[in-house]
Design a binder for this molecule. Structure first.
Ligand code: NAD
Length: 550
């Protein structure tokens, strides 16, 4: 079966074969393959194994002087040999995740126009209006199953990076393949370049996007609609993940498309699931039920409101009314606590606006609301300061302190600060990775509430079941499954997520749980297999060289 696939796909020969990253094996092409495919003379004589290649690549990788250079090295490898690229990442997941994704990918996006070497994925700009379907036919693969698309307006916590945002869909799709085994040949990163309002980029002679301010209003919506129609016409079974759109568009687009096509927004829904899973595991440390918590969010954007909504539905499953559940989630945005009296609230915040006198600062909000956990999704570094963490520790035996803003430079506080200021009492999670902290002879391991725990497995479940839509129940199932995968030994170290080294197993379980929901909800187009986990495993891409047969 695997050989068949390679045989059918491969029409390339000699030099051209070496330049196809999906087929290239470099020095690992066997003697027979070198004969059959015109490769003799084009490679050094010794035939090596993938293990030899991993050894060489790691030597090069570790010799790089900084993380951005490591990113550039991996990016180059991605362009040369995808099998080896994925072998390397999968074998060194904890070491490489921060390079392939946050925080290093943020730096790579900022430098995109300066680092650019070779195209990956597709760009459609505001100037391409009316031509997207035609241009989309330039993509060589006929079976694309997962698209990650951004318009670059809210890249991590770094703001509007315009066309430079392409690093994000590329990075996310690498994680789909590395963490859940989605076949890289079936993925497609896309950037909709609708302009940028970032003056620095517009003035940068090496910026690669169109030089205009952002498209807004109907013109913007029409471009997104044209893209969605073109993509789903060419690949009717494709899953579209909306990524790093600013919240002026993200909520609206999600509502518009989630019931029409197979789509989700990772910043809203994926984040929500990973945060909910973190809460479930944190409760195993702090004791108590989800419905007894009072949560205070700093930040009421896509991530915050998404988490709040999923918590509300999880609390309802545990017996609260919607109204009661909402009253356990409070939000502070840049103007203060989200309360009923405010006239400046955007639509997505209204359902969380409660009765309270206006309060403008976070510390007063903590004193008045007495939360059991604070969740930072504001992109404001340092906003969980000593005073707030100490107050949380005074109010709670084991306060939950989640500093989820990315990249690391935007985290509301560091792991070290949270542990020291709370004298080791805080149950801490962050969006970007932090190193373990030694405190009074104990090693505390901060959990990374990384969306990569959720979206790859969820995507795999959708691909396997060929779900028509992505539902809240799928995210809730993914969150429960993820929390279940956290071992007592993880919790003993304070870690509320499983080790990243186990991510493929975890993704398999999540994919099976999500596919189960798709079948139960009658949303699956694929016939139901007898053994869902076995079917999921069968679908997973493994980075091993397949024999190239004539
Ligand atoms: P967003 O732009 O939609 O929302 C940001 C929110 O923060 C807004 O409500 C804004 O009013 C609020 N804010 C800004 N300054 C503030 C201040 N000084 N005090 C209080 N509130 C303030 O962005 P988003 O998509 O919600 O993402 C927010 C952050 O969460 C980003 O840094 C992002 O990287 C991070 N994030 C993390 C994860 C994760 O860890 N798994 C996932 C998604 C997003």
């Amino acid at each position: 079966m695997a050989d068949e696939t390679v045989r059918k796909q491969n029409k390339k020969y000699g030099q051209e074969l070496l330049h196809d990253p999906l087929l290239n094996k470099g020095t690992a092409f066997t003697d027979r393959e070198r004969n059959e495919w015109g490769l003799h003379g084009l490679l050094p004589p010794r035939v090596t194994t993938i293990e030899d290649q991993v050894m060489r690549a790691m030597e090069n990788y570790r010799a790089k002087p900084n993380d951005l250079e490591k990113y550039i090295f991996l990016d180059g490898l991605h362009d040369r040999n995808e099998t080896l690229y994925y072998r390397l990442i999968i074998d060194h997941m904890e070491e490489m995740m921060p390079i392939v994704y946050t925080p290093t990918v943020g730096k790579a996006c900022q430098e995109f126009g300066h680092l650019y070497r070779r195209g990956r994925g597709m760009f459609f700009s505001a100037l391409d209006r009316g031509n997207i379907a035609r241009f989309l036919r330039n993509w060589p693969a006929d079976d694309v199953r997962v698209i990650v698309v951004t318009d670059g307006e809210r890249i991590l916590g770094l703001g509007d990076l315009g066309a430079n945002g392409m690093g994000i869909p590329v990075g996310k799709l690498s994680l789909y393949s590395a963490c859940a085994g989605i076949d890289p040949a079936k993925t497609l990163p896309i950037t909709l370049d609708v302009g940028t309002n970032n003056r620095e980029l517009l003035d940068d002679p090496l910026y690669l996007g169109i030089r205009r301010n952002r498209l807004r209003g109907d013109a913007y919506d029409d471009l997104v609609e044209e893209f969605v129609q073109a993509a789903t016409a060419r690949w009717p079974r494709v899953l579209i993940q909306f990524e790093d759109f600013a919240n002026i568009n993200s909520f609206r687009l999600l509502e518009k498309y989630r019931h029409r096509i197979c789509a989700f927004n990772d910043d809203i829904q994926g984040t929500a699931a990973v945060a909910l899973a973190g809460l479930y595991s944190a409760l195993r440390i702090t004791g108590g039920r989800l419905i007894d918590q009072r949560l205070l969010f700093l930040g009421a954007g896509g991530a915050g409101i998404g988490i709040g909504e999923l918590i509300v539905s999880a609390m309802q499953v545990e017996g609260l009314s919607e109204d009661e559940a909402r009253k356990r989630c409070w939000f502070v945005d840049s103007k203060g606590v989200v309360v009923k009296g405010r006239s400046d609230l955007q639509a997505h915040k209204l359902a969380f606006a409660h009765d309270m006198e206006p309060v403008s600062d976070f510390m007063t909000a903590i004193r008045e609301l007495k939360p059991t956990g604070i969740i930072g999704v504001s992109g404001m570094p340092g906003s969980f300061n000593r005073e707030t963490v100490q107050e949380m520790s005074r109010l709670n035996q084991r306060p939950m302190v989640f500093a989820l803003s990315n990249p690391t430079s935007k985290a509301e506080c560091t792991a070290e600060d949270a542990y020291r200021w709370s004298a080791g009492k805080a149950v801490f999670a962050s969006g970007s990775p932090f190193a373990p902290v030694e405190l009074e002879g104990k090693t505390l391991v901060p959990g990374q509430g990384n969306n990569a725990y959720i979206f790859p497995g969820l995507g795999l479940g959708v691909v396997v079941s060929q779900a028509r839509h992505v539902t809240d129940e799928m995210f809730a199932a993914a969150a429960r499954t993820l929390a279940f995968e956290v071992a007592e030994s993880d919790l003993a170290m304070g870690r509320i997520y499983p080790s990243l080294a186990r991510i493929r197993e975890v993704s398999l379980e999540i994919a099976a749980a999500v596919a189960r929901v798709a079948y139960d909800q009658g949303l699956a187009e694929a016939p139901e297999p007898e053994d869902i986990p076995a079917r999921v495993r069968e679908e997973m891409f493994e980075p091993v060289y397949k024999r190239l047969a004539l």
